[in-house]
Design a protein around this ligand. Structure first.
Ligand code: CTP
Length: 401
């Protein structure tokens, strides 16, 4: 893919060298367009050596080639990392005072900007307004991470990790630039809950969180504002989404219910423990001298999905669930899936077979999508990204009805 990597003048410019490296190693042809200020942080030689292309900051270099028009027209993806407050302001106003802003005006491909700046600058009304304008125009602006900034200060403003920026940016191309979830607020639960038994032990499950994370990345790429309620995720949360980490089913339930109040779509992709120990011992449970074992009493957890489907915290909200099934003597995977669809009342239920290397922790997934009557409304097999997009397609066609 032909990618333009714009680099603005902030200290995080050094991380853009890693973004570049990841993109070229994945086989992409990357043209780097730094601003003059960016070269104060990382020099031209670094960008030329890592990209294998000459690098310019100016429209007036190499004029016969009309680089600002050619670069913008040819790009299939344009990433700006880091995007400084000044770069966001210039892009918002359509300025063309260097090669990067001129290229932004000629590009018709997906544009992804990863801002990085001091917290005060990120939270300033001017920057907030600029980001809102850029988003309304279809630019994918990745919210910065919170954490350590250049000096001793901490807060929102950190450039996300290069891997996260690259994954988010490539995800916007997968959708073909479609932003059919723009303006939608979605809440996704992912991972597996852990039910504490004592301070060191828990009852858990094998969910990795990969499918939920893929759903979050796909929704973000399609323009949604995403809250990811992550229960013990084994994979990093995607860039651009708001992560709410939780541990137990009780915490997950509270977080989902709070976030669902103003959500257009709620997807329960988390593997929620059906049971929890009746008591949480304050101290580690010790072996008994007589060799007997204390029984663990379990109580049933509330069914968060069924509660959401029944309560509908927001009118018109679409509630999506998953059904992890194995067939048994009463019926196959789909039979159990149809029963669950009717029982839970979710608008969509993604039924997948688990066990024997299927589903949990694997890269591939295969699901059948059922509506609340148990009628098949879609199916997908492939990577968890493919499955995620199929689920969003079904959600979008439901909301269009
Ligand atoms: N779920 C939930 N709350 C629970 C259990 C499950 O919200 N206490 C949600 C899951 O996130 C998933 C769906 O319900 O979206 C189905 O989960 P699954 O484990 O397949 O079903 P169960 O409700 O546990 O039904 P059963 O044990 O009968 O298979």
């Amino acid at each position: 893919m032909r990618i333009v990597l714009g680099v603005a003048g902030g200290i995080a410019a050094y991380k853009a060298a890693l973004v570049l490296r990841l993109l070229t190693e994945a086989g992409h042809d990357v043209r780097v367009v730094p601003t003059r200020a960016a070269l104060e942080f990382v020099g031209r030689a670094t960008w030329e050596a890592l990209s294998g292309h000459p690098v310019s900051t100016e429209v007036f270099e190499d004029v016969a080639d009309v680089p600002h028009v050619r670069l913008g027209r040819e790009a299939e993806l344009l990433i700006v990392a880091p995007a400084t407050a000044d770069l966001l302001a210039r892009a918002t106003h359509g300025r063309a005072d260097d090669l990067l802003t001129a290229t932004l005006l000629t590009a018709t491909c997906p544009v992804v900007m990863a801002p990085a700046m001091h917290t005060e600058m990120w939270l300033h009304a001017a920057t907030r307004a600029n980001v809102a304008t850029l988003r309304a125009r279809g630019v994918h602006v990745i919210d910065p991470d919170s954490g350590r900034l250049t000096g001793a200060d901490t807060g929102p403003g950190r450039l996300p990790e290069p891997e996260a920026i690259v994954a988010a940016a490539l995800a916007t191309v997968e959708t073909g630039g479609v932003r059919d979830l723009a303006g939608r607020r979605v809440v996704i639960s992912a991972g597996g809950t852990r039910e504490p038994l004592d301070p060191v032990r828990f009852l858990g499950n094998r969910s990795s969180g990969k499918q939920g994370v893929a759903l979050a990345r796909a929704a973000w790429a399609r323009g949604a504002e995403v809250t990811l309620i992550g229960a013990n995720l084994t994979v990093p949360a995607p860039a651009g989404v708001r992560l709410v980490p939780v541990g137990s089913t009780t915490e997950l339930r509270e977080a989902v219910r709070a976030a669902a109040v103003d959500a257009d779509v709620v997807v329960m992709a988390a593997a929620v423990a059906d049971f929890r120990p009746a008591a949480h011992a304050a101290h580690k449970i010790k072996k008994r001298p007589d060799g007997t074992v204390a029984p663990v009493e379990l109580v049933q957890n509330p069914d968060i999905l069924a509660e959401l489907a029944a309560d509908r915290p927001r009118p018109g909200q679409v509630v999506v669930g998953f059904a992890a099934e194995t067939g048994d003597e009463h019926g196959d995977v789909l039979h159990h899936g149809r029963e669950k669809a009717r029982r839970k009342g979710a608008d969509l239920l993604a039924v997948n077979a688990v066990g024997d290397g299927l589903g949990f922790g694997t890269a591939e997934n295969s699901v059948v999508l059922l509506d609340a009557h148990g009628t098949e409304v879609g199916a997908a097999t492939g990577s968890k990204d493919v499955v995620a997009h199929a689920i969003w397609d079904a959600v979008v066609s439901r909301t269009a009805e």
